[in-house]
Design a protein around this ligand. Structure first.
Ligand SMILES: [Zn+2]
Length: 114
């Protein structure tokens, strides 16, 4: 199943894994980002932990594109490869090809005898 933790595109093999999140914030501090200027390594680790990062289980930013569709679902409905454009349904994992095909109708069954 494709998600933010998938390292490479299963279609075109483009690398999706981005920077180590903790190292990203350390670098921002060390490169003069005012917001992080006076933070200790422990405080930076705490910032990274809000992304689920721990030293035992490092997390990485992803280049994968999350697709939201207003009025359809409040959150990511699909994932898109920034290299080849392939789109996957976030919930079923199905490869749908293009964004508009994420809009599959929801079938509701109503018992008319009630
Ligand atoms: Zn791709």
């Amino acid at each position: 199943m494709v998600n933010e933790q998938t390292e490479n595109c299963p279609k075109c093999n483009a690398r999706w894994r981005g920077e180590d999140i903790y190292e990203h914030f350390l670098a921002r501090r060390d490169n003069g980002d005012v917001f992080y200027a006076n933070k200790t390594d422990e405080e930076i680790l705490e910032t990274a932990s809000s992304y689920g990062y721990t030293l035992e289980s490092p997390q990485y930013f992803s280049h994968l594109i999350g697709i939201e569709i207003r009025g359809y679902y409040d959150g990511v409905a699909g994932w898109k490869c920034p290299a080849c454009g392939q789109v996957w349904n976030r919930f079923t994992g199905e490869e749908v090809g293009e964004e508009r095909r994420l809009l599959t109708p929801v079938i509701s069954i109503t018992n008319k005898n009630n």
